[in-house]
Each structure stands twice: as structure tokens, then as C-alpha cells.
Write a protein that binds this ligand. Structure first.
Ligand SMILES: *Cc1c(COP(=O)(O)O)cnc(C)c1O
Length: 386
């Protein structure tokens, strides 16, 4: 089956047997526990909803299908998914190599929780250079954690090159694939061992559910993460599973439109006299355009750009837009806009922000699926006021 067929049908085969009602859409199963006819045999395979739940099973089957993976697991947030991966695969005294401009919440989780509290060692390196990843690997390294494209600088890591290093050194590679969604990038096919998503972003796509997903192919890795999913209990709720399963059905359609609108706006911004520079992996001016083209099947809906002038010009622009909602997060049908230095990356020390290139005039767009005419007019009138 192709992507959009899978995203609609997998996990939702109508149940006609044994008095099943043949629901065309997976029902919302709220039951915490499932009655048995015989003492030793769970009816329909379900016992208790933390361990497994029919609505969660539907979305977990969809997670696996859209990443082209054997297994999928659902969690209560992206960070719950990350925590569970680390609990399952890393122990005190182990070493993890992590990309330096990783998502802020991931950085806090790794440094403050697994680092300071549980004594896992971390090296944060510029993983856009695979050689730096290789050089950071130690005898106690067990995991490499990358994110590509990065946030908000949209730098690209070579997943295949890093996966070869990981295999040669017997270290697992996990990729946070939130920014591309499974529609535009499949890290498992490029050699990664584990893929993680914040479903709060593109996968659900409607800014109304916090959730996380993990996909993998290896039986032993799956068993360890599934054991930890049940042991830690940070599961995706039935209602969130229902919403996310519903969102996934239009993931392909949405990603196509996010990208179409983003390419249009990236080109518009790049040609505008009030714009300093535009960062979008689908522009030939992106320093890693060739790598982006080779490992992704599209370029997504995220754009970062600098307005000319100083922080006041950036603020004027942000407060002048009408259709772009001034808010953190990304990946919803509605266009969002934010100022990394003052909002999502405000907690990053100023020297680190400078090193990463997060200037005071940098603005990040999560381009939605609205009519492009309205988005274009909005950007142009706001730039006039910047
Ligand atoms: C949002 C996000 C996360 C964290 O996910 P939550 O669902 O907010 O817990 C992790 N990685 C990336 C790239 C994100 O954008």
C-alpha cells in the first residue's frame, strides 16, 4: 500500500466477527479493564489499558505503517517517548552522543534528568559533521541521538553516514523525525535503529493533542521499549490515540500543502528587500540543499528568516501579522510564527544562541495549509510595517 492508503486504512480494519459492529472508524475504547469469559484467557487479547488498548493499538499500527517500520508505540508526549527510550536502552554510567542544537525540552531532559540525576554522560556535538559524531564516541557509548532538520536553524544531518558510524561502533542511532514527519523522511530506511516523533506537531496536525511515537524494526529493541512503556506508564490515552489516528489520515495531504505554501513563501521572502536571509532546506541557497534532496522526499513547512534591522524590527513584524498566530509549537494546519531568541530558545544562554546563529532578528514560521494568497498578503503587509 502507498502512504496515503496506509495512513487511512491501517489499524482500522472493520470488525465484523463475533458480533463486532463493523465500525468503519476505530471506536474510542475508554475501558480500563476487559472482562474475561475464561479465567486464563483475555477476551480479544486485552487485559488492562496501560498495557494495551484497542484504540491505542490502532494508532500504534498506523505509526508503524507510516514510518515503514515493524513496530510502533504511543506515548503521552514526545518527551515521554524520549524518556521511555532512554529508560529502556541507557543506564547510569553509559554515554550518549547528542546533536548540539537538539530540541530544548530534549536538552533539559538529557542534561538535568538523565545527566544530573541518573549519571548518564552526554556529549553535545555538531552532528551536521558526521566526523564529530564519530570522534565523540567512547567505549561506554550506547546511543547516538540526532534531530534533522534542526530547530530553528534547519541544519541537516546525514542520517546514512551517521548510521554507518553507529553500526561500526556498535552504538544505537535514534532520530527525532518530528520536523519532517514520516511523509518526507524515513530514518529507519537510512539505517537508524529508532525513530521518535512528537505527534503534537505534524502527525496529529491540529494543535489539539500532546503525544509521542516511537517506531523501530528490531524485535529486541521493541521488546525493551514496550516493557518500559508498560512499566513507566507514560502511554498515549485512548482519546489522544483517537485524535491522532484521525489526524494521520490527512498527513500526506497536509504535508503536500504545508510544503507548497512554504516553498512559495521562502522564495517570496528571499527576494524581499527587507529580509536579510532565508533558511529553508528546499532553497538552492541552503548550504545542505543537496543532502536535503538526497535523504528527504520533501522539504517540509518550517522556514526561518532574518528581517533587516534589529530586535525592534523583528517585534514590529511579529505584532503586525494577522493570519500567522504568534505562538510556540509547529506542525498544525494553522500558520504559526515565533521569535526563537525571545520565545522557544529564550532559556538558551546568549553565547550558545550566537554560536548556533539564533540572532535577535531571526523569525521562525510554521507555514500552515491556509490559502497562499492570504499568507502572502499577510507577510507583505507585516514586512511593510517592520
Ligand atoms: C515538540 C518537540 C518535542 C517534544 O514533544 P512534546 O510532545 O512537546 O513532549 C521533541 N522534539 C521536537 C523536534 C519537537 O518539536
Amino acid at each position: 500500500m502507498e502512504f496515503r492508503t496506509k495512513s487511512i486504512h491501517i489499524g482500522e480494519e472493520p470488525n465484523y466477527k463475533d458480533g463486532g459492529t463493523g465500525d468503519a472508524v476505530v471506536p474510542l475504547h475508554l475501558a480500563t479493564t476487559f472482562a474475561r469469559k475464561e479465567v486464563e484467557i483475555p477476551t480479544g487479547g486485552y487485559e488492562y489499558s496501560r498495557s494495551s488498548n484497542p484504540t491505542r493499538k490502532a494508532v500504534e499500527d498506523k505509526f508503524a505503517a507510516i514510518e515503514g517500520a515493524k513496530y510502533g508505540l504511543g506515548f503521552s508526549s514526545g518527551l515521554a517517548a524520549e524518556s521511555t527510550i532512554l529508560f529502556a536502552l541507557v543506564k547510569s554510567g553509559d554515554h550518549v552522543v547528542c546533536i548540539d542544537d537538539v530540541y530544548g525540552g530534549t536538552q533539559r531532559l538529557f542534561r538535568k534528568v538523565f545527566g544530573e540525576k541518573y549519571k548518564v554522560e552526554f556529549s553535545f556535538v555538531d552532528a551536521t559533521n558526521a566526523k564529530l559524531v564519530e570522534a565523540a564516541i567512547q567505549s561506554n557509548s550506547t546511543l547516538i541521538w540526532i534531530e534533522t532538520p534542526t530547530n530553528p536553524m534547519l541544519k541537516i544531518c546525514d542520517i546514512e553516514a551517521i548510521s554507518k558510524i553507529a553500526k561500526a561502533k556498535d552504538v544505537l542511532l535514534a532520530v527525532d523525525n518530528t520536523f519532517m514527519s514520516p511523509y518526507f523522511q524515513n530514518p529507519l530506511a537510512l539505517g537508524a535503529d529508532i525513530v521518535m516523533h512528537s505527534t503534537s506537531k505534524y502527525i496529529n496536525g491540529h494543535s489539539d493533542s500532546i503525544g509521542g511515537a516511537v517506531m523501530c524494526n528490531d524485535d529486541a529493541i521493541f521488546e525493551q521499549i514496550q516493557f518500559m512503556q508498560n512499566s513507566v506508564g507514560a502511554i498515549m490515552s485512548p482519546f489522544d490515540s483517537y485524535l491522532v489516528a484521525r489526524g494521520i489520515k490527512t498527513l500526506g495531504l497536509r504535508m503536500e500543502q504545508h510544503q507548497k505554501n512554504a516553498i512559495y513563501l521562502a522564495e517570496l521572502l528571499e527576494a524581499h528587500p527587507k529580509v536579510n536571509k532565508v533558511i529553508y532546506p528546499g532553497l538552492a541557497s541552503h548550504p545542505q540543499y543537496e543532502l536535503a534532496k538526497s535523504q528527504m522526499t520533501g522539504f517540509g513547512g518550517m522556514i526561518s528568516f532574518e528581517v533587516k534591522g534589529d530586535i525592534l524590527n523583528a517585534k514590529n513584524f511579529l505584532e503586525a501579522v494577522r493570519h500567522f498566530v504568534l505562538a510556540e509549537s509547529l506542525g498544525g494546519v494553522e500558520s504559526l510564527i515565533e521569535h526563537p531568541a525571545l520565545m522557544t530558545h529564550a532559556s538558551v544562554p546568549i553565547e550558545d544562541r550566537k554560536k548556533l546563529g539564533i540572532s535577535d532578528t531571526l523569525i521562525r514560521l510554521s507555514v500552515g495549509v491556509e490559502d497562499i494568497k492570504d499568507l502572502e498578503q499577510d507577510i507583505l503587509q507585516a514586512l511593510a510595517k517592520a
